[in-house]
Design a protein around this ligand. Structure first.
Ligand code: FMN
Length: 188
């Protein structure tokens, strides 16, 4: 497996965290999910409105089957081996215009806490919002932002061929491409 490297001395967690699709089919514990969401809730948010909520099912618990229907067909191919599925909701009324931004930051905190715990996370935008609304009984102000698969990482060999080929650390645009000293350069 390739190892991610970069030129500045950033913490190794940023390079080592990745979103795998191969998970060991073992349930997480409630305490593990509580630790993940505890980290997430310390994320900064506009006016400290904390416009997020997390709904979860542990693999095999009473809610697991209903949660299993929320991800789309592609994601169901791999995420049903995860130890937990967490639906991250944002509150449009609590923080109009900033709810998604703040929820995204909370997801980042959760992902890095999971990494520190030896767990892997994989966010999914590919899911049915209607199904999430129905399963979770959501009021109109709560928006399902993403479904997060969490669990212990498994060997890529457990994946079907097409997914196994994709089980490699992704790269990034260069720092130069995303950073400007002052105004952006425009084409002449
Ligand atoms: C908001 C969001 C939605 C995503 N949706 C999906 C998805 O539906 N299915 C999937 O396999 N990966 C999904 N991903 C994972 C991204 O493809 C992945 O984070 C990106 O390629 C960078 O790779 P890395 O997380 O391994 O560094 C999603 C990630 C985010 C943050």
């Amino acid at each position: 497996m390739t190892t991610r490297t970069t030129a500045t001395p950033i913490q190794s967690q940023f390079l080592q965290r990745m979103s795998p699709r191969a998970f060991v089919p073992e349930a997480l514990t409630t305490a593990q999910v509580e630790q993940l969401v505890d980290a997430a809730r310390w994320a900064p948010s506009a006016s400290n409105k904390q416009p997020w909520h997390f709904a979860y099912a542990l693999r095999g618990d009473a809610n697991w089957e209903a949660f299993s229907n929320i991800p789309n067909e592609f994601n169901r191919r791999w995420c049903l081996n995860a130890g937990a599925l967490i639906v991250l909701l944002s509150d449009t009324e609590a923080s109009p215009g900033k709810h998604s931004f703040d929820a995204g930051c909370a997801w980042g905190y959760l992902a890095l806490e999971a990494h520190a715990m030896g767990l892997a996370t994989h966010a999914m935008g590919g899911f049915s919002a209607d199904e999430a609304r129905q399963v979770l009984g959501l009021p109109a102000n709560l928006v399902p932002e993403v479904v997060i698969a969490v669990g212990l990482r498994a060997d890529a060999a457990t994946l079907p061929d097409d997914l196994r080929e994709r089980e490699v650390p992704s790269g990034r645009k260069s720092l130069d491409e995303v950073l400007s000293a002052g105004a952006l350069q425009t084409a002449a």
